[in-house]
Design a protein around this ligand. Sequence first.
Ligand SMILES: Nc1ncnc2c1ncn2[C@@H]1O[C@H](COP(=O)(O)OP(=O)(O)OP(=O)(O)O)[C@@H](O)[C@H]1O
Ligand SMILES: [Mg+2]
Length: 443
Amino acid sequence: MHVLIVDDEKNIRESLGKYLSLENIESSGAGDGSEAFALLENNRFDAVILDLKLPGMSGQEILEWMNSRGILTPVIMISAHGEIPDAVNALKAGAKDYLTKPFNPDELIIKLKGLVENKRREDLIEAGKRTSAKENGMIGESAAMKIISAQIDKIADTDVTVLITGESGTGKEVAAQEIHKRGQRSAEPFVAVNIGGIHDSLMESELFGHEKGAFTGAHARKIGLFELAGRGTLFLDEIGEMPMPLQVKLLRVLQERKIRRLGGTSDIPINARIISATNKDIESIVKAGSFREDLYYRLNVFRINLPPLRERRDDILLMGKFLLDKAAARMAKVPHFFSAAAEEKLLAYSYPGNIRELENILERALIYCEGNEIKAEDIDLHRSSAVQSDGKHDTKMSGSLESIEKKAIQSALERCDGNRTKAAEELGVSRKTIINKIKFYGL
Ligand SMILES: Nc1ncnc2c1ncn2[C@@H]1O[C@H](COP(=O)(O)OP(=O)(O)OP(=O)(O)O)[C@@H](O)[C@H]1O
Ligand SMILES: [Mg+2]
């Protein structure tokens, strides 16, 4: 342990230093603010013992300076009798503790050791949060997910254009974010746009921006998403929904690496990395002629295909526990656990809505569940299985289930202001499914 003692009285610094050394605590001394600054800038201390009253700059001001520099070393403030209100202010300014002169050096040592131990624990928690935040991005220990993680590592630092495919809810957006996070662009923006969620007539201005007066209603200049993404990543989700005329424009932008705002007269270079995703079988829509082949080749330079959850069963429980913890935290609940029967039930299910469906199932289980063990009966698979991911209607479904489903879709649509994509997300089904269901129920 290395401690900085800031006190204008040399003999206090020295006697305190000697006392600390008996406890194997190393120390350095500073007589005023400027000496303290120089030492703090160039050394890593475990704690600072800071006299409140100093010539020139006060202990309080030194503390504020430390805060402004982001120096998080814990501080024990030393005050004389009669300075208690000041000491309280020092605590408010971030000092961890204070002692009143004259103090018992043993008390100081106990406080120091406590502080250092606390700091170590806080650092550990912070580090834990950082790593789990990093890993949280993409959970998965199955062989399939390991391959995907390795693929992401391989291309993260490159500019190569990536196409991510996979069923709805398999984590395509998570994978796109992961590519961004692991690459050199991680400090730059990650801009995601759901092509299926934008009205055709607005899409061009959404993507490329427009100048004031470019069309009726263009009251001000608008910066498009390509520009907003800057040197970061632009994620074009549900690319298969892009209307033909825009496909032509997008292709040209990708070839020329520049855009022109609607109504604009000059070209603007683009630097963003492009990642796109679709849950459609893109090759067959290319064959069917509703997606341009040349654009497909531009986008599909590197391909990541996310397998459905039922093909990576090894991930179900790991992912389940992670999602359960996440949901519990969101609902301010204590951590929960699965009973053995609950685990079996989760493992046996097919998850047409993939990870998003698992997430919804667990969220509901958490609401039903009493105590902190999720039991098999808390896991209700019917509500999600009533809506199949391929949009086919289960003919065996009972009338009452149908009406529940219809109601669920209706209320999701209401909550999402009629936005089908959002409603589909909320229900854990694909957009296609919800559109089919809306037709089916005549909503
Ligand atoms: N590997 C993963 N680790 C942790 N959470 C994940 C993972 N994959 C997906 N999820 C979670 O599952 C949900 C669905 O993921 P995401 O939105 O990325 O899927 P998607 O493939 O883009 O789905 P869609 O095609 O419906 O848009 C999200 O809530 C996401 O946080
Ligand atoms: Mg998505």
